[in-house]
Structures are given as structure tokens and as C-alpha cells.
Design a binder for this molecule. Structure first.
Ligand code: 13P
Length: 259
């Protein structure tokens, strides 16, 4: 039984004041849950978030939204995986489509980052997903498998299953309000799981595959109820602590149903 995982990706949003307000409000909603929850915030706010999560004793792990593809040295403006680990991050999002599309990240860059993240003791969330054009051309499976295979070639299926997660985020569903139907998403998740399973059957069963793209409290239960969807990577809805908490509660209620 895979433990569900719900992750907030705040993207380039937040401020000292709004982050504090978010934590305070979230703390009034929950103190504990069985599902795993993480919040990925902009680099500069990570120390603040770590302190406030600890002070409020919230069951939230801290994550970054990106990391450098280099370990250390003369790379002005970069933030290394070991720095993220040093300041208390447990998770890092790698290969988000916004980084691939807007900042030119290649499959090889993503693979390098995932390897470094693991070496630094961080758990990478490897994002894959097709654009609208790729989907319309019928290339979804080819694209997401190519993206995933670059990472599996670099770190192996077992290591990723033990120490990371995959997120399927169709680019056409991100921030657009257009969610993949549960059937569409499940189909791709099953293909991704098969890819991992074909390399290592234990890893295939173990790896958590999150769905991301316009997840809201109203559509989370149908998505999370699918066999191969183990939680969500939440953008817009995660900026509001009540909405994010409602999504966590959906994952929690499905967990309780299974138990
Ligand atoms: P939205 O939930 O805003 O569509 O964003 C999804 C996403 O990109 C999470 O990484």
C-alpha cells in the first residue's frame, strides 16, 4: 500500500507576511494526518518556512522548487542540492514543465539534478508531461516515457522509488482550469508505472506517481481514487491554505477508506 503524498508548489508566489499567514491558518485546520504533505516554496523563504513549520509543529515537510545541476563552485545565482539539504529541505521538484519550457531545461539537465538531489539526501519529485501540441499529435506516451527514462537511466528505478516520486503534469492542464479526466490521467500514470516496473517490479509497485494540473478540492477525489494516482502536486489551489487542506483531507479520507 503506497502512502499518499500531497505537495504544494507555490511557484513564484508569497511574501514573508503571506507565508506566515498561510502557516497560521493551516495550523488552525490540522495537526496530524496519515498522508504525507510537503510544501515547496521559493528558495528565499525556505528558512522562514522551516522555522514556522517547526514552531507550529505541523506535519509538513519542506521542499524546494528547483535545484542546480552542479554540485558546487562558480555558478553565480545557482542553489545546490547540498545547500537545500543543509537548510532543512527534504523534497525538491525537478523538471517542472515551467523550467523545461521557460528556462530550457533538457531531459539530461533533469537527470543530473535528480542524481545530485539524491546524493545530497533530498527526495526529488520528477515532473513529466506533454504539451497540448504533443497531446494532439498523439505523442503523450512517447514524451512522458522519454522524460522519465532519462532519469531512470541516471539513477535507476529502485533508487527513485525508494527516495523520490514522479509527478505527471500535462502542460495543457497547468493553471488553465482544464484538468485531465481521471481516465486520461490514470492511463498515463499506468504507463509510467509500467515503465518503472519493466526495470524493477518492486520499484514499479512502490513508486508514488502524483497528478498535477488544476487539481482542486472538487476534482481531487475522482483523481486520487484512481489505482495509479498516489496524490497530487498542487499549484494555484495550494496558495490558499483552506483549499490545500481540503485536498489533503480528500487524500486522507481515501486512505482511511482503504484501511
Ligand atoms: P495548477 O494546480 O495551478 O494547475 O499548477 C499545477 C502545477 O504546475 C504544480 O506543479
Amino acid at each position: 500500500m503506497r502512502n499518499r503524498l500531497v505537495v504544494a508548489n507555490w511557484k513564484m508566489n508569497g511574501s514573508l507576511a503571506s507565508n506566515e499567514a498561510w502557516i497560521k491558518e493551516y495550523a488552525t485546520l490540522t495537526k496530524s494526518q496519515d498522508v504525507e504533505v510537503a510544501v515547496c516554496a521559493p528558495f528565499v523563504y525556505l528558512p522562514q518556512m522551516r522555522t514556522q513549520i517547526n514552531e507550529a509543529t505541523l506535519p509538513i515537510a519542506l521542499g524546494a522548487e528547483n535545484c542546480s545541476a552542479y554540485a558546487v563552485g562558480a555558478y553565480t545565482g545557482e542553489v545546490s542540492c547540498s545547500m537545500l539539504s543543509d537548510i532543512g529541505c527534504q523534497w525538491v521538484i525537478v523538471g517542472h514543465s515551467e523550467r523545461r519550457q521557460l528556462f530550457g531545461e533538457t531531459d539530461q539537465d533533469v537527470a543530473k539534478k535528480v542524481k545530485l538531489a539524491m546524493e545530497a539526501g533530498l527526495k526529488p519529485i520528477v515532473c513529466v508531461g506533454e504539451t497540448l501540441e504533443e497531446q494532439e499529435a498523439g505523442n503523450t506516451v512517447e514524451v512522458v516515457c522519454r522524460q522519465l527514462n532519462a532519469v531512470l537511466d541516471a539513477v535507476g528505478a529502485s533508487a527513485l522509488a525508494e527516495n523520490g516520486a514522479i509527478a505527471y503534469e500535462p502542460v495543457w492542464a497547468i493553471g488553465t482550469g482544464k484538468t485531465a479526466t481521471p481516465q486520461q490521467a490514470e492511463l498515463v500514470h499506468a504507463v509510467l508505472r509500467d515503465s518503472v516496473e519493466s526495470r524493477d517490479s518492486v520499484a514499479g509497485k512502490k513508486i508514488r506517481i502524483l497528478y498535477g494540473g488544476s487539481v482542486k478540492p472538487s476534482n481531487a477525489s475522482d483523481l486520487f481514487a484512481c489505482n495509479d494516482i498516489d496524490g497530487g502536486l498542487i499549484g494555484g489551489a495550494a496558495l490558499n491554505p483552506r483549499e490545500f487542506h481540503a485536498i489533503v483531507c480528500v487524500a486522507q479520507s481515501l486512505t482511511e477508506t482503504v484501511i
